[in-house]
Design a protein around this ligand. Structure first.
Ligand SMILES: Nc1ncnc2c1ncn2[C@@H]1O[C@H](COP(=O)(O)OP(=O)(O)OP(=O)(O)O)[C@@H](O)[C@H]1O
Length: 264
């Protein structure tokens, strides 16, 4: 479970450049909630993830994971509970290390101190099994350097590395945006499968409105540092891109010239 209570994040406070990136945001994700996050450029989506993961410290409010307030914890300390996949396929993996070495490192997350990232026979068997579930043939390339993989393969591997220790919270930051359409579709399907099979509590930022509507059990829309829409259940299943745009326009009190305003 993830809870944000009255979280405010201000860049350059008390200066002429002051920017309120998150304004008194409250949000609770129940265990297994899969929440897609949309909103125009600068709405505060990445800041929300950075505050949850500990990359940024908020000025006010609390972030808690499974009831523990994590405000004072570093990004590193939180990483045992949080899995994250970034837009850049280069960001989540170590290119000069092999697939199995990357997996061994990821496997350490959440483990007790003192354990080593070596690849034992037992671990290798587990890695092969996990890689096979991706259906990309990576299970027969354990000793290949990750830098040689395609962007889609690296994102699939990043996703596996972020999730196979069963994080309490999974953060997906436009993780399919840099891929070509067919690879993006593949990683999207893998995401859906992994998140649902493991009932992972997930926040996923996307600029693709159809993806935001189709995936997950809940959708939030952000604008100017606030959550302006929070739709779940039956209401979400009935959503269309048009109805979502209409609701955005109604809240903002303006007619949208085209959906790029929301899509960025
Ligand atoms: N490190 C920073 N320093 C100063 N201002 C920042 C910083 N990071 C974000 N901001 C500002 O905070 C606001 C929210 O930015 P954020 O990146 O969270 O938006 P976003 O919704 O993720 O946008 P996008 O869809 O363009 O990625 C923006 O006005 C942005 O310029």
């Amino acid at each position: 479970m993830l809870t944000l209570s009255n979280v405010t994040k201000i860049f350059y406070p008390y200066s002429a450049d002051e920017k309120i990136a998150l304004s008194n945001v409250s949000l609770t994700l129940k265990e297994g909630d899969f929440v897609t996050v949309i909103g125009s450029n600068g709405a505060g989506k990445s800041t929300l993830m950075n505050v949850v993961s500990g990359v940024l410290a908020q000025e006010r409010g609390d972030v808690s994971i499974d009831g523990t307030i994590v405000n004072g914890m570093s990004e590193h300390e939180r990483s045992r509970w949080i899995g994250r996949v970034f837009q850049d396929p280069m960001a989540g993996t170590a290119p000069h290390m092999t697939i199995e070495e990357n997996l061994a490192l990821a496997h350490l997350r959440g483990a007790s101190r003192g354990l080593r990232a070596g690849v034992t026979k037992e671990k290798r068997t587990m890695f092969v099994e996990q890689l096979r579930s991706l259906g990309l043939g990576l299970d027969s390339r354990l000793t290949a350097r990750v830098g040689l993989l395609s962007g889609g393969e690296r994102q699939a591997l990043s996703l596996l590395m972020a999730t196979f220790t069963q994080p309490k919270v999974l953060l997906l930051d436009e993780h399919t945006a840099a891929l070509d359409p067919s690879r993006a579709a593949l990683v999207t399907e893998l995401t859906d499968k992994i998140v649902n099979e493991n009932r992972l509590t997930t926040l996923m930022i996307t600029h693709n409105m159809e993806q935001a509507i189709r995936l997950g059990n809940r959708l939030i829309m952000m604008d100017k540092g606030k959550i302006i829409l929070d739709i779940g259940g039956e209401e979400k299943r009935a959503l269309t891109v048009e109805s979502l745009l209409d609701r955005f326009a109604a809240i903002r009190g303006e007619k949208l010239a085209d959906e790029r305003l929301v899509l960025g």
